[in-house]
Design a protein around this ligand. Sequence first.
Ligand code: S3P
Length: 166
Amino acid sequence: MKNNIFLTGFMGCGKTSVGRSLAQRLGWSFVDLDQVIVDRAGLSIKEIFASQGEQAFRALETAALVEVASRPSQVVSTGGGAVIASENRAAMRASGRIVNLTASVETIAARVTGDSERPLLAADASVERISSMLEGRERFYADADLRIDTTGKTVEAVASEVLDSL
Ligand code: S3P
């Protein structure tokens, strides 16, 4: 089994910032899965959603995840919806540990407000919309080795908590 650390969680829970910090501390590579998809497609996430639709984005996401998961010693920050497909969760499980970052709905709303790069929240990033998406995804986020609430914590504090708990 590989030793990777996969960070999962809703948009705005700090996966990318915490992932960078963790990778630096471990001396491992940091991989932002959304960035891998963007580099390969030559399009932004927003452009992929607009021109090809969410289903096509999910196929690109799975392909990128499966490939990344074949390599060791990486901290991988996944997109907020990457946990939904059971195939993706199986690929992460087989390749390391899954750390789910959470935050209060209010914190998430504050962090994602005004971000036009997140197509799923472009039309509506209200507390109600975020709560309803979180509810639908909760059982997938719960499928993790470790869950950490990032509300009110610094990136460094969360990274320390991950390292202490794994
Ligand atoms: C998504 C989250 C985004 C990105 C895409 C879809 C989602 O990633 O993959 O917009 O379904 O929650 P971040 O969680 O890094 O914003």
